[in-house]
Design a protein around this ligand. Structure first.
Ligand SMILES: [Zn+2]
Ligand SMILES: [Zn+2]
Length: 64
């Protein structure tokens, strides 16, 4: 008895895009923003994704 913990993962804290489990909905939001909310951070030439827009800008100059 007494084995119940409150550390179970909340429902809705699993990223639907990559399947990563986050420990809270706030972390999930943050994760999705960092990992997936990067519409303009993809090189149109080679398709490579860059989490940092600066890296993408630098890359675009070389990727031709
Ligand atoms: Zn994800
Ligand atoms: Zn490229």
């Amino acid at each position: 008895m007494g084995l119940f913990t409150r550390n179970t993962v909340e429902s809705g804290t699993k990223c639907k895009k990559c399947g990563s489990e986050l420990h809270s909905s706030e972390r999930l939001k943050r994760h999705q923003k960092i990992a997936h909310d990067k519409k303009n951070d993809k090189c149109r030439v080679c398709g490579k994704e860059f989490p940092d827009p600066e890296d993408l800008r630098r890359h675009k100059k070389q990727c031709r």
